[in-house]
Design a protein around this ligand. Structure first.
Ligand SMILES: [Fe+2]
Length: 619
């Protein structure tokens, strides 16, 4: 068959990707010459361009055959990645069967003005996930698409390409992160749907999944929001099954399948393209490279301290990510971590926005303070715990050691890429999709009620974020300043709180003008920072911190950090962001407790940054 039978409409050309099965390059071009090697239609030939479309199936039939629905991501002015997964059993096939999925892309919801149409193979090798990248599309416009398996179709979905690089248009997106599923409901996603917002995309900043299914430190168990792992690993120190996490490819796939089958999330994915990065929980809590921190370096068998390096586990997580996520990058199943996948990238959105998505887990150095032994100089009073190592670390001693060690969070290559890309960007706003909080968040423990004499020092709340890598933070922000980078907007997830802060190269000796601003979104559903701190510090010598957070730590946080402009550490929800030439507007949409079966919006907080100021005002 000829190319025109596969692709038609003067604008469209198509790539297809067989997820997880191919060595580099994972993307196969389908063009004139490759016509005979591309995927064939269900009848052994290419579907005719003019052939009538199958009527769209009922929602029940769609959900049975496509339980994870469909999604799109990484829009560019001329292309966007389209994703779906077919359930072989739902389609009346065996798990091991391979078969073709049809796809169609059109400019209208009725799919009459078709610009791309073809088939892609769904195989067991990729858990029957498929990815299609139609190219040659027009910038800044809606497209509609659908997949079909053996006569059953998905619903019709909508996506939108990025505007042309010179388009003088505002950019609107929802900023989201952290959607723990276990015992928690997606009221935040429902609230976003209810907004009927005219969004260009959803910016998702990590923790799309949680690898753990019953972690009592932050997960709630419920009858209808649970996940059963096919294999699983016991990450409890006592090895009593009280903490189970994903370990194998089958485990990570099971987690993605459960999350993506949530009907509310599925509907958000049907209506908006995503631009996303991962954070720790796409692999393991507070991970670095291919190391997890589940045991805090305690070997539960020998009771000695061990390294938790597990490269096969990390590679399983990466492979599942490549299969189930709408990130338009190459995955190489034959390469070893970290060369199997590279997800840092930039995406231009018109004249005013350049978006830089970073990976803050694959290349970072270990946390500086070991979790095993006590270390009173940094406030680590208990063995085998993250408290005093990653959380509530004494600032004065940590700073001395960090200045000597200079651990990297981005790794040398990514850091060089980021500095080069941001300093050369011609967009009005440089938007950094940043996983972990950048601004300094210290807490003067001495100001808290009932503090024991030993603890009257200043502590970093969280050294898993940029405070633990403060030399590199200063190096990057300093490079931006020297290159006169204007209008740096850092967008962050991870910490499960709404925060807003101005940024400085040295937060202890701020210059006359901030070097940028940071907006931090709360989790869609994950336990709030207040709840996490209570779990971490309650019941021991740091009980005074737990008590203080319960009574509202936001005033103390703002007092200890004069660069902070907004703080709500007990929050859930998302942020609506609108970027115009002369300003950024952020609306923190705050939801009630996600453990309740119903919940509504409890507050909206609006903040703004005017171009050229690097400051934040409450509107
Ligand atoms: Fe999270």
């Amino acid at each position: 068959m000829k190319r025109r039978d596969f692709l038609f409409g003067s604008l469209a050309s198509v790539f297809y990707i067989a997820c997880g099965s191919s060595s580099s390059p994972a993307t196969t071009a389908v063009d004139d010459d490759a016509g005979t090697s591309g995927p064939d239609g269900p009848d052994g030939g290419r579907p005719e361009a003019s052939a009538a479309l199958t009527p769209t199936s009922s929602p029940e039939d769609s959900d049975r055959v496509f339980p994870q629905g469909l999604a799109s991501g990484d829009p560019r002015p001329d292309r966007v990645l389209l994703w779906s997964r077919v359930d072989p059993k739902g389609a009346g096939k065996a798990e091991s069967d391979s078969f073709d999925l049809g796809f169609v892309v059109a400019t209208d919801e009725a799919l009459t003005n078709v610009v791309a149409r073809g088939t892609v193979p769904a195989t067991a090798d990729s858990d029957h996930t498929v990815r299609v990248v139609p190219t040659g599309l027009e910038p800044g416009r809606f497209y509609y698409y659908r997949f079909e398996a053996l006569g059953t179709t998905t619903r019709v979905a909508r996506t939108k390409t990025a505007p042309a690089a010179d388009a003088d248009v505002p950019v609107k997106f929802a900023m989201c992160a952290c959607q723990d599923y276990i015992g928690r409901y997606y009221h935040s996603w429902q609230a976003l749907l209810d907004e009927k917002a005219d969004l260009d995309f959803v910016l998702y900043l990590g923790d799309f999944i949680y690898e753990s299914v019953n972690d009592p430190r932050f997960q709630s168990s419920g009858d209808d929001r649970t996940i059963t792992l096919p294999d699983g690993m016991d990450t409890s120190a006592a090895q009593d099954g009280s903490r189970i996490a994903a370990k194998t490819l089958a485990d990570y796939r099971a987690v993605y399948k459960a999350y993506r089958a949530d009907p509310t999330l599925r509907e958000v994915c049907r209506l908006y393209p995503f631009i996303l990065t991962w954070d720790d929980h796409e692999f393991a809590d507070d991970c670095w490279q291919d190391h997890s921190t589940s045991f805090n370096e305690l070997d539960p068998v020998t009771k000695g301290f061990t390294d938790e390096k597990n490269t096969p586990r990390r590679m399983a997580a990466n492979r599942a990510f490549s299969e189930f996520q709408v990130v338009d990058v190459t995955y190489d199943s034959k390469a070893t971590f970290p060369n199997d996948i590279t997800i840092y990238r930039s995406i231009r959105y018109g004249k005013h926005v350049d978006l830089f998505m970073t990976d803050q887990r694959s290349y970072r150095a270990d946390h500086l303070i070991p979790e095993g032994p006590t270390d009173l100089l940094v406030g680590k009073v208990t063995k085998n715990t993250s408290v005093g190592s990653r959380y509530f670390v004494r600032k004065s001693e940590f700073d001395k050691r960090e200045t000597k060690a200079k651990p990297s969070l981005l790794g040398a290559s990514q850091k060089a890429w980021l500095i080069d890309a941001v300093t050369k960007s011609t967009a009005t706003w440089k938007v950094w999709g940043n996983e972990v909080q950048m601004y300094q968040m210290a807490l003067e423990l001495g100001t808290l009620p009932n503090v024991p004499a030993f603890f009257t020092y200043t502590a970093y709340v969280n050294c898993d974020q940029w405070d633990g890598y403060r030399s590199e933070r200063a190096e990057i922000l300093s490079a931006f300043t020297k290159a006169n980078v204007e209008n740096l907007l850092v967008c962050t997830g991870d910490i499960h709180a709404f925060f807003a802060s101005e940024l400085h190269v040295d937060f202890d000796a701020p210059g006359p003008k901030p070097v940028g601003v940071e907006y931090v979104t709360a989790g869609i559903s994950s336990a709030s920072l207040q709840a996490l701190v209570n779990n971490l510090t309650g019941g021991g010598s740091l009980q005074f911190i737990a008590d203080s957070f319960l009574n509202g730590a936001d005033a103390a946080l703002k007092e200890s950090n004069p660069h902070m402009r907004y703080s709500d550490s007990n929050a859930y929800g998302f942020a609506l962001m609108e970027i115009q030439k002369d300003k950024v507007e952020a609306t923190f949409v705050q939801l009630g407790d996600p453990r309740e079966p119903t919940s509504t919006i409890v507050d909206r907080v609006k903040l703004t940054t005017l171009a050229g100021t690097n400051t934040i005002q409450l509107v």
